[in-house]
Design a protein around this ligand. Sequence first.
Ligand code: PEP
Ligand code: MG
Length: 558
Amino acid sequence: MITIQGKGVSAGVAAGPLYFYQRAKAEVKRSTSAVFETEWKRFKDAQTKAIEQLGALADKARAEAGDEAALLFETHQLMAEDLDYEEAIEEALRGGINIEAVISDVRDQFAEMFAQMEDAYMQARAADVKDVSNRIIGILTGAVQGGIDSDVPVILAADDLAPSETVQLDKSKILGFITEGGSGSSHTAILARTMGIPAIIGVGDQLKAEYAGREVIVDGGTGTAVLEPDSDTRVYLMKKQEDQRKLQEMLDQLKGKENVTKDGHSIRIYCNIGNPEDVPTVLSNDGGGIGLFRSEFLYLGCDDFPTEDYQFEAYKKVLSDMGGKEVVIRTLDIGADKQIGYFNLPHEENPAMGNRALRICLNRPEIFRTQLRALYRASAYGKLCIMFPMVASVWEVREAKKVCEQVKKELDAEGIAYSSDVQVGIMIETPSAAIISDRLAKEVDFFSCGTNDLTQYTLACDRQNNDLGRFFDPHHPAVLRLLKLVTDNAHKNGIWVGICGELGADLQLTETFLSIGIDELSVSPRAVLPLRRKVRESNVAQVRDRLLGDLLSDQTSV
Ligand code: PEP
Ligand code: MG
């Protein structure tokens, strides 16, 4: 038995023979006496054909895996006619080299340039430029695409897979993926998740050619692949697979059903996302809305401040893709563990308690204004709620709301449309905000409790420090009592309250949250259906008095 460890990027267990992807390599010959006009025409013809092929692939991907998968090929179409790429080819062709060799050189040069970039997203574009160039070379040389030449379904191994390779594969032949390279944001990972195929990436040189054809079991949840497992391991993993299959089948039946308890108490179950590409998973897991879009991930993905238009497009996409369902977008929450170089924030001894989130926005209004303009402009495309993070005082909320009013006035003056129905809320993640939630509730339309930070600040316990282990206890009565206090204050003032920290998905506390009267839980998309199941199995009337009694009792163990 050999264990291969990588990074699991698409959960699930699959077993089958290991098969190495056969890539048809086009042989590129080099000549130095080519005629420019002839070669340029060959390039233009092959480029047109590649764009047509990519259009057909986009249609196929859309039908099989949705708009997000199709977008990859549409991006490739743009790359095939990118001006810089074309200019580099034209310039090299003038040196008398034949087109196949020129494209091969330009491909390597561009791929190298992307690979050197610091941003992980841009690094992943190296695979795209290789893919597009190889397609054009393939058309020029008549090379055939690779595939799976096997009668039985396989666990597909590859150095990395280009999106066009992935989408062209016969899915009925693929049980799982293992790749040497790749990243969580690589296309193989994105597509594997979209198609629900277990996948492990980044196993490096642990994959050996002599393993071909041998049995392997892939666990995409843990990132482990076991080659020729011993019988105990096989029994264990196969049982896990069967359990997951049965569970998923059962959970899928809950799609379209209400989040309502046996005694008729309902709660909204929304999702947490980090970027617009997460929306299809929200919809496929039947999330009722988005309870937390961590907008700082847009900033983390850029090398410089994202412009108003860039942000507007991202927010607009999420709002329109959610088709009128509620979307809570949190304004920038950087600082502490999320540092961004171009903000040039000074070093701090205590960043978790330092210049972060709303504090930065209030101190640097030009950054805040840009984001709020983008948000209000996007509000015309759906049901937007804006949420401020890391609030500790009433004046902060008033000042933030003032900037909202200024932004709306500017948009009015410019004749730009926005919704008059945007809710403005705050995160409750400092003990201060929880304790003065009666006052804060008079300022806003909703609260969402960030229990990750609320636990950290209430227990004075660093959420980043794994060594603190049992000291970081989100079940601590101090945290739960604050949640009750916040909920009571919200309801007294007629506003709704949610939880968007990790605790929201903790099934051990679902009945407590229902008893407290929380209105909304926002969790990762895959946690929606398990949570719905738990809600539907609960009977609040039966447990409420006991759970609230325990929570408030002076006998509670702490
Ligand atoms: C939280 O603190 O609970 C929260 C949801 O925000 P983040 O985890 O992004 O700090
Ligand atoms: Mg937080």
